[in-house]
Unconditional design. Structure first.
Length: 65
């Protein structure tokens, strides 16, 4: 079995996975993140970037070779 992590992917694949992760975070936690950011005076884009990276660890990568 071959194990890969996010950094082993090419740049195009990394961007695609990050975009998918960002959309997942927006769908799951968008309203909660917005409320938290407003309450604590944090930029929502910064929070989204951090959460999308954390969300990557919940993914299972499957590759067709």
């Amino acid at each position: 079995m071959i194990y890969l992590n996010f950094t082993d992917l090419n740049e195009e694949a990394q961007e695609r996975v990050l975009a998918n992760s960002k959309e997942d975070v927006k769908k799951k936690y968008g309203r909660e993140l917005m409320n938290y950011a407003l309450k604590h005076h944090i930029e929502i884009d910064q929070m989204l970037d951090e959460e999308e990276m954390r969300n990557l660890y919940s993914y299972t990568y499957v590759f067709n070779i």
